[in-house]
Design a protein. Structure first.
Lengths: 158, 292, 602
């Protein structure tokens, strides 16, 4: 009898005094008949919190499309002028434009929701208190701003 | 179990309204109080319809909802309402409860789809109703509102939730020193009452049946972060496992529903971070350079 | 019927049961230890204890002082050998919990912090904020998972003990999850089932606190001792009875009547101590019986506050400030906000006495052995002799672990040396016992909820804070009548799994037995001592006739058989019990004689 709970275990004759136990009694038959609910395929629509989570996850797919588009552009550039011009013209396609705008929105969603979540990952203890969530999030926005400025001026310098 | 003495809504309305009472007779009918639900002032009260999930394994193949009309007052908790039903209308209605003060962790239910403790949820907040009471989601239902806790008990045991000492750190006599700062490092994670609300809130518990789950991982982290414990290495293979911390996709609902502010989502993310660090350390310096 | 064999069976998975299990496993790792509990262990009512656990630490305190506080707090009905053993081992058990990971509150330098508590002359109460019981229970439970030889039967309702020639040989339990009875054959049985506060209508206890173990031991022939001493906690929430810890007063909280007056100074607990400077054994830090009695007098005089849930006084914590309250009493803040809609930093909390603790229980000696061979008892279900006529706050959590360890060691030793062998006649007896309970399903006419309600009201009126012979006699008659009605009790539910209708009806049977003993023990004690206080001519302590333990034996028909046996007095002869300024004088006179060569009990 060394399982965590007896509820599942079989009777045994173990133990120091078990030697004198006259064999096992037949195990009683369980009357359990648990009902096992299943998770619906659409569980992520069930409440606001799940929907926000689903949006955060989906946003990465859209951002992924944008990255794919950029990779295609790089390949085209490598292939030569004609190929590159085809890719540039592709960028003005209404469908592509829509997707690009969507990608901008979704990358904002992705960034903000992840920044919002960072206090759970980064917890800075100061004495007997933790640095407030606000400052952890603010720090991320600050870093983003610094990074954006550096990139901007670097590109501007070119 | 026992009759509630907590805000017992006995001064209420007639017992049965649209239900068939089985067995025990109801309280003496009294004039029905006004039904002014949502305005939960100091003297608020009325009646509310509880839609309670019933499942009796000896009778039914699938659960169904049964309606009970229950009187309530300002201080009537959802648990009080359920005990009133059990005492006055339907003695076979089955649910777990004990302390009435949100510390024993027995009375977790889904209230209108949200995991809550029955004893610290108040009928006034659900008036005029109806209020749907179901067993905790993502659990097998043993009977009515009673769910199967054995998978959790197995997870709990698996994460070694106790102080593990090692030869390099002998336990000082008579006890350890631990500063308030060191206590804060794990204090929040030691507040878990094992009420299972986080398991009911976590979609991954429902989808990945071998997931240790929020509370069990949190307890592992609680001991890992305790300055008296040296068992993090021992717990690492349990956490860094297909059914360990990795099924967690950081939905965050566990922390939202926790009645004790434990924040399991944070504990799990930190466990992921610590596990990644352990990988990196192992890559750079296998077996901590001890040449095993 | 399913039969399991174990060496040590422990009934109850609270603090005492778990500590006993670990002690038994440590005593002999070869032994199989089985913890049987009607709930998962972390639901046990130890979880609800708030304030703390006593253990002498630091140079300002001494074992003699803890001893003297306990004996005088118990109005000299304590067995002093037990008190001596207890105070000598309390701190070491607190440190054991520390090494197991209990998050005790600390001083800034990392040492253990202690707080003041009622009736204690020094700050010696170890605490984990205001969730001490919760942290102790979870520490014990989680640590118990480390032991391969400890297994558990969770959600198994114990029905009755099985005896062989007067010696306990096992227990019949019912597996609620699978829905069948199980006979647990055991070399030794430890009863650790907790109190019986649910027999009263207003109590601080959880629904599971129904005296099952007391009743089982009583029916098996073990006497219940000192059951008339029922502790009322002075500060429960009106209506619900939810506990507002004594730690509130230990931290400096004050009690006010409806005029905003600190009325305790009128009841021998003064002079008034300045707000913000609590002083041990004065005013709000008097013992629980005195504070509950003072409330009753204030209520009689019309100086209490009417609330929708009944009369109350105010517990004022406002001067402590929000930051301190959130650090030291976070759960109290939460409970007050949730259950009475009050922010303790801004408004006083309405409180009133509610039944909290059974000072009496299954009679044991200092080794936790009962008078029935093979049966040990520990924790609130036991009467070890530690608490006497009134328990001091924070002695009970310490008792769980100090005597829990003893119980585990003693039971392990007995199980290893002298176990009862299995026999087919015992198995038949077990089967018969199970049958008498199973047959209750689907029978009867008397609604158990009504019997329970009437029982609670009868005990409140007859054996409350103050008692008279007439009221007690009336309550005794009511209990008899309810017992009679119980023979026709109705169990509607016939489902074999999780049949809580049936289980709570069995609990009700235990409550009726315990209530019967409470009221008959009280009727016979013609004096006032500790928490047993009479108004009808027996208003003072009578050491001539009643410096003795009440002992109630079960009789299959009729009322319990009551007898008395002497109290063990070693070093501290009876003296006047006084608090406040009067207590200071009395303490000097009653200080224990030289205890150097008395040694520990055992």
């Amino acid at each position: 009898m060394s399982t965590s709970t007896g509820a599942r275990q079989e009777p045994t004759g173990a133990g120091r005094t078990g030697a004198r136990s006259p064999g096992r009694m037949p195990a009683a038959e369980t009357h359990r008949r648990p009902y096992r609910p299943t998770t619906k395929r659409t569980w992520f629509l069930a409440n606001r919190e799940y929907r926000a989570y689903a949006l955060r996850e989906v946003s990465s797919v859209v951002v992924g499309f944008f990255v794919f588009n950029l990779v295609v552009g790089l390949v085209c550039l490598h292939r030569g002028l004609e190929s590159w011009q085809w890719w540039v013209s592709l960028q003005t396609n209404p469908l592509n434009l829509t997707l690009t705008v969507l990608a901008v929105v979704m990358s904002l969603v992705h960034a903000t929701t992840w920044f919002q979540a960072t206090p759970k990952i980064i917890r800075i203890q100061r004495g007997t208190r933790y640095v407030a969530d606000f400052w952890v999030v603010a720090q991320h926005y600050l870093l983003l701003a610094v990074f954006a400025a550096v990139v901007y001026f670097w590109l501007g310098g070119l | 179990m026992t009759e509630s003495s907590h805000g017992h809504p006995g001064a209420g309305a007639s017992a049965a309204d649209g239900v068939q009472p089985v067995g025990a007779t109801a309280e003496q009918p009294e004039p029905r109080p006004r039904r002014d639900g949502a305005a939960a002032g100091p003297e608020a009260g009325g009646t509310i319809t509880l839609q309670v999930l019933r499942y009796r394994p000896d009778r039914e193949d699938a659960p169904y909802l049964q309606d009970f009309e229950v009187p309530w007052r300002t201080e009537t908790s959802v648990l009080d309402a359920l005990t009133w039903v059990k005492d006055n209308l339907e003695p076979s209605l089955t649910f777990r409860w004990s302390c009435r003060m949100a510390i024993c962790g027995s009375c977790g239910f889904m209230l209108n789809g949200e995991p809550k403790l029955g004893c610290e949820s108040f009928v006034r907040d659900y008036a005029p109703g109806p209020l749907r009471i179901e067993p905790l989601a993502n659990h097998a239902v043993e009977r009515d509102l009673v769910v199967d806790l054995e998978p959790f008990m197995a997870s709990l045991r698996a994460v070694q939730p106790y102080v593990i000492s090692d030869d390099r750190h002998p336990v000082p006599e008579p006890g350890n020193r631990q500063t308030p700062e060191q206590m804060v490092a794990y204090g929040q994670y030691s507040q878990c009452i094992n009420c299972m609300l986080c398991y009911a809130a976590c979609p991954q518990v429902g989808l990945a049946t071998d997931f240790l789950g929020p509370a069990a991982v949190t307890l592992a982290v609680r001991y890992n972060k305790d300055s008296r414990d040296h068992g993090a290495d021992s717990r690492l293979p349990i956490l860094d496992n297909e059914g360990g911390i990795w099924p967690c996709t950081f939905v965050g609902a566990c922390s939202t529903v926790c009645p004790k502010g434990v924040d399991p989502a944070a504990a799990i993310q930190q466990a992921k971070g610590a596990t990644a660090q352990a990988w990196a350390a192992e890559f750079i310096l296998p077996h901590r350079g001890e040449g095993r | 019927m399913q039969t399991l064999r174990t060496d040590v069976a422990i009934i109850g998975g609270g603090g005492a049961g778990l500590r006993a299990a670990m002690a038994a496993a440590d005593t002999d790792p070869q032994l199989q230890v089985l913890v049987i509990s009607k709930v998962y262990p972390m639901r046990s009512h130890t979880v609800a204890a708030e304030g703390g656990s006593a253990g002498v630490v630091g140079e300002d305190d001494s074992l003699d002082r803890h001893f003297a506080d306990t004996v005088s707090g118990g109005d000299w009905l304590c067995d002093q050998d037990v008190v001596r053993y207890f105070v000598e081992h309390a701190a070491e058990e607190m440190y054991q919990l520390e090494r197991w990971g209990c998050p005790w509150s600390r001083r800034p330098n990392g040492e253990i912090n202690v707080r003041r508590f009622g009736g204690m002359s020094q700050p010696r109460t170890w605490f984990a904020a205001d969730k001490t019981g919760f942290h102790m229970l979870h520490t014990l439970f989680q640590t118990s998972l480390k032991y391969p030889s400890i297994s558990r039967l969770d959600e198994h309702q114990a029905l009755d003990l099985v005896t062989s020639n007067g010696r306990v040989a096992g227990v019949v339990v019912y597996n609620q999850r699978d829905g069948y009875p199980v006979f647990v054959e055991a070399g030794a049985v430890v009863m650790a089932t907790g109190g019986a506060g649910r027999v009263y209508a207003q109590n601080t206890n959880g629904s599971i606190v129904t005296g099952d173990g007391m009743a089982m031991a009583y029916r098996a022939g073990a006497p219940l001792r000192d059951m008339e001493f029922v502790q009322f906690h002075p500060t429960g929430l009106p209506g619900s009875g939810i506990l507002i810890t004594e730690g509130c007063r230990g931290e400096g909280g004050v009690l006010l009547n409806k005029d905003g007056y600190r009325y305790l100074q009128d009841y021998g607990l003064g002079p008034e101590t300045p707000i913000g400077s609590p002083q041990n054994k004065y005013m709000e830090l008097g013992p629980r019986d005195r504070l509950s009695q003072a409330f009753w007098h204030e209520q009689q005089a019309g100086r209490t506050i009417s609330t929708p849930q009944g009369e109350a006084v105010h517990l004022d914590l406002r001067h402590l400030g929000r930051k301190y309250l959130e650090e030291r009493l976070p759960m109290i803040c939460h409970l007050a906000e949730q259950y009475v809609g009050i922010d303790p930093a801004r408004d006083p909390i309405p409180v009133r006495p509610a039944v909290h603790y059974m000072n009496g229980g299954i009679e044991t000696d200092v080794t936790t052995a009962t008078s029935v061979p093979g049966l040990f008892a520990v924790g609130e279900c036991a009467s070890s002799g530690l608490h006497g006529a009134n328990r001091l706050g924070s002695n009970s959590l310490a008792e769980l672990v100090v005597l829990g360890k003893v119980a585990g060691q003693q039971a392990a030793a007995l199980a290893a040396e002298d176990p009862v062998g299995a026999s087919s006649s015992l198995r038949q007896e077990a089967q018969d016992i199970a049958a008498t309970y199973l047959v209750m399903m689907g029978r009867g006419t008397e609604a158990p909820a009504r019997i329970r309600r009437e029982l609670g009201e009868a005990l409140e009126s007859g054996v409350g804070i103050f008692r008279t012979g007439d009221d007690m006699a009336a309550t005794a008659r009511t209990v008899r009548e309810l017992k009679e009605r119980y023979t026709q009790v109705q169990v509607v539910d016939t489902c074999p799994v999780y049949n809580t209708d049936w289980a709570s009806t069995i609990e009700l049977g235990a409550m009726l037995d315990v209530a019967d003993v409470i009221v008959h023990s009280a009727l016979r004690r013609q004096e006032s001592r500790g928490s047993h206080t009479r108004l009808d001519g027996f208003t003072s302590r009578d050491d001539e006739r009643f410096l003795a333990h009440t002992r109630a034996h079960f009789r299959a028909s009729g009322v319990p058989e009551i007898s008395y046996h002497p109290v063990t007095i070693t070093t501290m002869p009876p003296a006047q019990r006084a608090y406040g300024a009067a207590g200071k004088t009395a303490d000097a006179a009653a200080a224990p004689r030289n205890t150097e060569d008395q040694g520990a009990a055992q």
